[in-house]
Design a protein around this ligand. Structure first.
Ligand code: ADP
Length: 424
């Protein structure tokens, strides 16, 4: 199971995660490149602004001499504006009558410059309807703004260098292809390993089942052969052998029943039907069905369940959960004990139960294995009690089938305690 999860994790998640990562890196890099280009253009226009401000200071604020300077600029179509700290335009080389121009302090680039010292924006001019790339700098009590018409040339200056992006895209493609190839190969390998692992588990299980079936079968064959070869033995002995054969046949039947139940839970859980029923009734039935043995062994059962517990589950399986736990407590916990069945709590999804006895418990080293198939603490004792070694495996599988979990521990005061949940 773990391997299948790992496989799907590799195949399903790593690739999209990598693609997402590549897109993020590419997007980040693209934006950086764009920002870099904008910064470059801003620096150039800022240089022009600084030069103009220096010139303005050198001529003691004599505005008319500005025009002569523009001729020296590397940009033939550079537009220059001089704006005072209140937003009034003092000079603009493309507008003759600046007194008619609106106040500029609310323009985006001026808002930025007021705050940070410089600002830029792409906008269509209110004055001449040409789209400009504006860059403005604040110098004490006035602003100088240099602008370039937003044409192909400026667009070119602003557009990021895509070579790096193409390279990254190519690299991502190569990495994704390699990753895809490797994950595919890995998943095929894991699938093969999983199939081999499953086959080994199955083979092992088949051997265990065959071994378990062999014991009662060879006993039956032995008793039958004795009867066949000794037709003259007394009727009492004959009845004894027949009775022994019957006991072994019942054992075989129980074993087969348990194997089939486990098989259905593992191989075809979808065929197990669920219906709503009252769990209290099932527990009542279990107690009734074992009442004779309870009396024989002087076992007292205490049930602490308040109210009706309705669940949607498979009644047969839920019966076998409580029946197996009950049979085990009767068989292994010892005489003169108490059994407690308690609804410890419930939440929005689950009912939580505690099934415990005040008996002998098990040696601590066994607790981890009690739910394993065919695991018995004492083989002879289990056989004597008609145990198949599959009881707790069925309990665990049935609980998991109903979405729950089960744990076991030795209680400090003695006895075994099972805690488990069943989906509502
Ligand atoms: P079995 O067919 O042997 O009963 P189970 O899977 O039901 O198989 O139980 C596994 C082993 O756990 C049992 O053989 C028994 O030794 C031990 N066990 C189960 N329940 C109890 C209990 N209430 N007290 C002590 N030992 C228990």
């Amino acid at each position: 199971m773990e391997k299948i999860k790992l496989k799907s994790y590799l195949g399903l998640y790593s690739l999209p995660v990598f693609i997402l990562f590549s897109i993020l890196v590419l997007g980040f890099q693209y934006n950086r490149e764009k920002q870099y280009k904008a910064d470059l253009l801003n620096t150039k226009l800022e240089d022009a602004n600084i030069m103009l401000s220096k010139f303005l200071e050198s001529v003691d604020g004599s505005i008319p001499k500005f025009d002569s300077l523009i001729a020296l600029s590397p940009y033939a179509n550079l537009r220059i504006s001089l704006v005072d700290s209140k937003g009034k335009v003092l000079y603009d080389n493309v507008v003759k009558n600046v007194s008619k121009m609106e106040n500029h302090l609310s323009r985006a680039e001026f808002v930025q410059a007021k705050k940070r010292g410089s600002g830029s924006e792409i906008r269509t001019s209110h004055t001449n309807k040409i789209t400009y790339y504006y860059h403005v700098n604040r110098f004490g009590s006035y602003y100088v703004r240099s602008s370039l018409p937003y044409n192909m040339e400026v667009n070119e200056l602003l557009s990021p260098n895509n070579l790096f992006l193409y390279f990254m895209l190519f690299l991502s493609f190569i990495i994704i292809s390699v990753l895809f190839y490797l994950s595919n190969k890995l998943s095929v390998k894991m699938q093969r390993e999983q199939i081999e692992h499953d086959a080994t588990v199955r083979r092992h299980l088949t051997q265990q089942v065959a071994h378990e079936l062999k014991t009662p079968l060879s006993s039956i064959i032995g008793y039958m052969e004795t009867l066949q070869n000794n037709p003259n033995i007394g009727i009492e002995k004959q009845l004894f052998f027949i009775d022994r054969s019957y006991t072994q046949a019942v054992r075989l039947n129980d074993l087969l029943h348990d194997i089939l139940t486990l098989n259905q839970l593992n191989e075809a859980p979808k065929t197990v039907e669920k219906e709503p029923f009252l769990l209290n009734k099932i527990i009542e039935n279990v107690i009734n069905d074992v009442s004779l043995k309870l009396v024989e062994n002087n076992i007292h059962v205490e049930t602490t369940i308040d109210g009706d517990i309705w669940i949607r589950a498979n009644a047969m399986l839920v019966y076998s959960i409580f029946r197996n736990l009950m049979d085990n407590a009767i068989a292994y916990a010892g005489k003169n004990i108490n059994i407690q069945i308690q609804l410890s709590s419930d939440d929005s999804k689950f009912y939580h139960f505690i099934f415990s006895d005040s008996g002998l418990g098990v040696d601590e080293k066994h607790t981890n294995y009690l739910f394993d198939r065919f695991y018995r603490v004492d083989k002879g004792r289990s056989r004597k009690n008609g145990g198949t070694g599959l009881g707790l495996a069925i309990v665990k599988n049935a609980i998991e089938f109903h979405g729950g979990k089960i744990t076991v521990r030795n209680k400090e005061e003695g006895g075994l305690e099972f805690r488990f949940s069943i989906r509502k």
